[in-house]
Write a protein that binds this ligand. Structure first.
Ligand code: KIV
Length: 320
């Protein structure tokens, strides 16, 4: 890989103050804080969250000016090729989150606690949440469901780490929920989802993701939340929206969920680009003269004369 001098990785100052003037002379925005998220909610300004999983996607979402970035355990499927979110490990999530951290200047960074990293005990939950903060540089963590997860959320918050909750369709328990399908479509199940959200708020979560729930449920819940709600397939009443990077850009080749709007078709462009490269290599159109390095003619003559004198026997002597 080649990095041009004008493409150096982003560096934060050791003090953590990332505002100031960047290389191109523009003024950087200051890092988003949880206080700002509450201010935006109070002003009715929609919050924008998106997932990212590596350095280049982090630089894209940073430049696009989103408020929050989630290193979702959806990474399991969209970047690691697992069939569901459950196999992804803490080590994999920490590695991906660290790469995203290095590409972000402004948005609040949330690391998604993978299946099996917080359920067993409060101690396990705190230890793994700390890994996201200490090893990957995340600002906060996210976990799924209420009930026992609300107790874990409280333990992590009490340990000084901000926590985002997640209710409705919680992919880590998709099998229990009857598959990847909308949740809370009956009044009885809707009440359970609302109760889980309120438990997570009570536990001290600073925000909550509502995934694949009817708009009526979101409308009934939001007036009871003092914390920002971030919807994904939860209708327009949530305080913000989140989408998976690979879904909104059309990079993921699977059938998108009902709630996804694809803003670009990047995968098609990627396949076209790699296909055009393959074709030009095969037809010898690439590389052409503008891609070649040249020697001065006298250097070239000397080298060619020397190379012509190389014989298999004594090759290493000639090199000396
Ligand atoms: O893992 C993920 O990407 C998520 C979002 C869909 C909220 O949890």
């Amino acid at each position: 890989m080649s990095i041009h001098p004008d493409q150096q990785p982003i560096q934060s100052s050791p003090t953590g103050n990332k505002s100031g003037r960047s290389g191109d002379g523009s003024v950087d925005r200051r890092p988003v804080t949880i206080t700002q998220l509450f201010e935006k909610k109070a002003l009715g300004e929609p919050l924008v969250m998106v997932t990212a999983y590596d350095y280049p996607s982090a630089t894209v979402v940073d430049e696009a000016g989103v408020d929050l970035v989630l290193v979702g355990d959806s990474a399991a499927m969209v970047v690691l090729g697992y069939p569901s979110t459950t196999p992804v490990s803490m080590d994999e999530m920490v590695m991906l989150s660290g790469a995203v951290r290095r590409g972000l200047k402004t948005p609040l960074l949330v690391g998604d606690m993978p299946f099996g990293s917080y359920e067993a005990s409060n101690e396990q939950a705190i230890n793994n949440a700390q890994r996201f903060i200490k090893e990957a540089g995340c600002d906060a963590v996210k976990l799924e469901r209420g009930g026992a997860s609300a107790e874990r959320a409280k333990a992590i918050v009490d340990a000084g780490i901000p926590v985002m909750g997640h209710v409705g369709l919680t992919p880590q328990s998709a099998v229990q929920l009857g598959g990847f399908r909308a949740q809370g479509r009956t009044a009885a199940r809707g009440k359970e989802v609302i109760e889980e959200a309120l438990e997570l708020q009570q536990a001290g979560c600073f925000a909550i993701v509502l995934e694949a729930v009817p708009s009526e449920l979101t409308e009934a819940l939001v007036p009871h939340l003092s914390i920002p709600s971030i919807g994904i397939g939860a209708g327009p009443a949530a305080d913000g929206q989140v989408l998976v990077y690979h879904d909104l850009l059309g990079i993921w080749q699977g059938r998108p969920a009902k709630f996804v709007r694809q803003y670009e078709q990047i995968r098609e462009a990627m396949v076209r680009g790699v296909g055009a490269y393959a074709e030009e290599v095969r037809t010898r159109e690439y590389p052409s003269s503008e891609h070649e390095y040249q020697m001065a003619p006298d250097e070239a003559h000397e080298l060619q004369a020397w190379a012509a004198g190389i014989h298999n026997i004594g090759f290493s002597k000639n090199l000396g």
